[in-house]
Write a protein that binds this ligand. Sequence first.
Ligand code: DAH
Length: 342
Amino acid sequence: MRERVEHIRAQFRDEVRQVADMAALARVRDRYLGRKGGLITQLVKELGALPPEERPTIGRLINELKEEAEAALERLRVQLEEQAEAERFERERVDITLPGLRPLFGAPHPITLIRQRIEDIFVSMGYAVESGPEVETSYYNFDALNIPPGHPAREAQDTFYLSEDLALRTQTSTVQIRALERRRPPLRIIAPGKVFRRDTPDPTHNPMFFQVEGLALDREITMGDLKGTLQEFVRRMFGPQVRTRFRPSYFPFTEPSAEVDFSCFVCRGEGCRVCKGAGWIELGGCGMVHPRVLRGAGVDPEEFTGFAFGLGLDRMVALMYGLEDIRLLYENDLRFLEQFGF
Ligand code: DAH
């Protein structure tokens, strides 16, 4: 009996040494300590059949073997689990020293940035921001603005017609009429937006560009109010020393009409590269709203008068950012656009 115990012990030690994974461990456990037919379990059962005088010594021997086996299997289990966990950690290791992928953030378009500045200035002067459709009927684009049939501005050469009566608007002045349908004077609105003309693209022209329309109607508004408003605007936009200059001009929807320039904010009127030596930069057209436009929109020109203006937004953007070519604004080249952050 003693030899059998020692033999099983030696056999167990040998097998345990070869266990490499949990499945093998379970097999060895079952083979030696399994409830039914485990080699050590079997020895315990046979103990009762031994002569009483042998039982204590052999019993102790078997017990020692059983404890040794249980302890060895438990040690091995812990060891295999630790090993498996270490392997998993190694497999799932994340190299936090690798530089991350920088997500691409959008940035506001330079036209948006300048448009928002312009809106802020006029809103602080009590103006509301209006808008209108980019596809317009001839009524809004021409008739209601006192542009007579046959006027060169209506020519298909300059206008993108979609049908005989529908075209892409050529000016934001359309919103003057739209706004007058929604609101009654007194009113003060600006309307920034896209306009379209059949121009060949070059550094200062693009078939789609932006204007900012303005309209103020009230009792006893004068040309002085127009001049003061635009003077205040250029001062806030380009700097306190910037002056305005009004040149007589003609627009069908204003009378009198003027073109407004502002003194170059770089050279202060001396003449430089930015103003092309002129000392002055064109801001846009303006004037006192023609009585016929008012009457057409159902406003009594005896009661209300007002001024309107249409400013070129693209040129302001180009000046602010020193762009030589306004087409950059429309080419969607990320190398250009990425430079304009928040
Ligand atoms: N609509 C004119 C243009 O596109 C600009 C303009 C001139 C607008 C005079 C006005 C104005 O409101 O009063 O050239």
